[in-house]
Design a binder for this molecule. Sequence first.
Ligand SMILES: [Zn+2]
Length: 121
Amino acid sequence: MPEEDSTLRISKEEKQVLETARAAWEKQVGRKITAGEFVRFLAEHYLKGLKKESKQEKTAAGSHLVPLQEMKPAQPQIVAPGPQVSLVTCVRCGKQIGWRSDLSSEGYCPHCGIYLRLMGK
Ligand SMILES: [Zn+2]
């Protein structure tokens, strides 16, 4: 049985990109890493990111609850100043909404029209 060739062949350009990223990693982390280890690090990092993403998608698809953010200074040109205006981020389009939480805890995103319900207080 021929021995399995586990060598990964990459082009010069690809190797250069990898080496640049590896050098940046070594500089940032402050220790040496072999090319093989670095590829594994990248792959694991990528898979972790994938898992996170699919989790977030599930949450967003399952409900349209949006968390109240910390109160930020009101921006007069976008949001009328007042203690009852909360800035929330739309789960679908990611834009910020100045929400009059004293009027309603439910409503539609003015940017994309999705139906939102405030959670928390
Ligand atoms: Zn929206």
